[in-house]
Write a protein that binds this ligand. Structure first.
Ligand SMILES: Cc1cc2nc3c(=O)[nH]c(=O)nc-3n(C[C@H](O)[C@H](O)[C@H](O)COP(=O)(O)O)c2cc1C
Length: 217
């Protein structure tokens, strides 16, 4: 099926990027520190949901990706929370190698991360779960994430059931819900520049520490 007007429209969309440059001198030894600096700048530039990241898994040699929210960065890597029994949760059992991708449109910046994933401790998941609004806590019990359901009513009924079950008590963390941390092996910082001649710097983990390379745009 061809859709010529739509294709024509897409082919004529053009955006020039000239919001900034990466100077080699500005790079930091630790890419997680540089990430934190960029994250702060993305926030200051009013990037909508700067912590929203594309999260890609590969299972049976087939990739799949979805957006999740970054909820922590420390020396271990990048933390987010989800349902361990979801599609992504099952894919991770088979293959722990994943990628993350941030796009901060107001700054014409992209950060690509590749690494290995593991679960955070139950205590850490408990702690974060406690900070979530009660409605989200109940939602974590009510939704069998990624499974086929007959109607929205199925979830509405589960919400009613768990709201009743946890009436007057603190909602405990469901055992199937918790955090993952992605330990980065490669982190690429991409700054869009004029005429598609972007700046790209790749940090690669090596036995001697982080190595940095400039990549062609
Ligand atoms: C902006 C945004 C933020 C999201 N944040 C999360 C999140 O932090 N955790 C999560 O499990 N799903 C989140 N989702 C939903 C996921 O994209 C996805 O639909 C869900 O995790 C099921 O994915 P799966 O079937 O591949 O396991 C978010 C979606 C969007 C658009």
């Amino acid at each position: 099926m061809s859709n010529k007007p739509f294709t024509h429209f897409l082919q004529h969309m053009r955006q020039q990027y000239d919001q900034g440059i990466i100077r080699e001198n500005d790079l930091m030894d630790n890419p997680l520190h540089y990430f934190e600096k960029w994250f702060k700048e993305a926030t200051e530039a009013n990037t909508p949901e700067p912590n929203a990241m594309d999260f890609c898994t590969v299972s049976n040699n087939k990739p799949s990706s979805r957006i999740v929210l970054l909820k922590g960065v420390d020396e271990r890597g990048f933390v987010f929370y989800t349902n361990y029994d979801s599609r992504k949760g099952n894919e991770l059992i088979e293959n722990p190698f994943v990628s993350l991708n941030f796009f901060w449109q107001p700054l014409a910046r992209q950060v690509r991360i590749e690494g290995e994933i593991s679960k955070v401790s139950a205590e850490e998941s408990d702690q974060y779960f406690k900070t979530r609004p009660r409605e989200s806590q109940i939602g974590a019990w009510a939704s069998p994430q990624s499974t086929v359901i007959a109607s929205r009513q199925v979830i509405e009924d589960e919400i009613v059931r768990y709201t009743e079950q946890f009436k007057d008590v603190e909602v405990p963390r469901p055992p199937h819900w918790g955090g993952y941390v992605v330990k980065p092996q490669r982190i690429e910082f991409w700054q869009g520049r004029l005429n598609r001649l972007h700046d790209r710097f790749l940090y690669e983990d090596s036995p001697g520490g982080w190595m940095v390379f400039r990549l062609a745009p």
